[in-house]
Design a protein around this ligand. Structure first.
Ligand code: SF4
Ligand code: SF4
Length: 271
């Protein structure tokens, strides 16, 4: 995984071969689910149930197979391409690059050992190379980055609050063990621990009226989650702690945090 200078030059001009719309798992934040639902003209919950999987953390790949036999994203159509192009998720906009935050600063990199397009859309090498920073500026990633970073902060805050809620008595060890167990679960299995009330609130909050403002959307989402806890919807403190931790784990996952890093954070916070 090599970090890229914004001045680096790479083959990045997409030849629209659709290679990256097949055989990949695309993570989606709740904000992206709301954007995609609007693009498809569907209610958010209906879109979530039809087009996402693994507890609404990934887009569902149920499209046609490509010439390599790889399954396509359900939002891809042969001859059309991406049917939600203007609303496509950050991961799609950035392909073949990845992104992570270091000290609050975005670093861009190749997620794999080599340029992800070369093996699947080799024609890209016939296009002139592009300056990374200029190409990124054309991909419309700014709003997606705002939402991702805000969800990253929210996930971190929820994990901290979860640990702070753990009562300081005999049951503490059991609760920490339970939270660590949940961190190792597959996202779909973990999401199945939510009641339908919490599943809807975590993945499809009823705030689509602010979907054009990603930071406002995530703040409103955080407020809805914390209000529900304050209203007693999470039950007693011993129930609220693993619930908040589970929400934090799901949100951390969709912004690219590795499960082992969530585990480490819980161990450090609970020490
Ligand atoms: S693999 Fe690369 S060139 Fe092919 S469609 Fe995706 S971004 Fe474009
Ligand atoms: S959302 Fe669009 S760009 Fe992204 S994988 Fe699906 S079809 Fe491709």
């Amino acid at each position: 995984m090599d970090d890229l200078a914004l001045t680096a030059e790479l083959h990045l001009d997409c030849v629209r071969g659709g290679g990256c719309c097949h055989g990949h798992r695309i993570q989606v934040t709740p904000w992206e689910i709301a954007c995609l639902a609007r693009a498809k003209g569907m209610p958010v919950i209906a879109f979530r149930d039809r087009h996402t999987t693994d507890g609404a953390t990934f887009l569902l790949a149920d499209g046609a197979l490509d010439h390599r036999g790889l399954i396509g994203c359900g939002l891809f159509r042969d001859g059309v391409g991406c049917t939600v192009h203007a609303a496509r998720p950050l991961a799609c906009r950035m392909y073949p690059l990845g992104r992570r935050l270091i000290d609050g600063r975005a670093i861009y990199h190749h997620p794999g050992a080599q340029h992800g397009c070369y093996g699947i859309c080799p024609d890209i090498e016939t296009r002139p190379p592009r300056v990374v920073g200029e190409w990124l500026a054309e991909q419309g990633i700014h709003r997606g980055e705002i939402a991702h970073d805000a969800y990253g902060r929210l996930a971190n805050g929820l994990l901290r609050q979860a640990v702070a809620l753990i009562p300081d008595h005999q049951g503490r060890v059991d609760l920490v063990v339970e939270m660590r167990r949940r961190a190792t679960l597959a996202p779909g299995v973990r999401a199945a621990l939510f009641s339908s009330f919490w599943y809807n609130l975590v993945t499809a909050p009823p705030i689509d009226q602010v979907v054009d403002e990603p930071e406002t959307f995530v703040y409103a989402h955080a407020e809805r989650l914390l209000s529900a806890v304050a209203d007693g919807m999470a039950g007693k403190e011993s129930s609220a702690a693993p619930l908040l931790a589970t929400i934090g784990m799901q949100l951390a996952l969709v912004v690219g945090t590795r499960p082992e890093d969530v585990l480490t954070a819980i161990v450090i916070l609970a020490a």
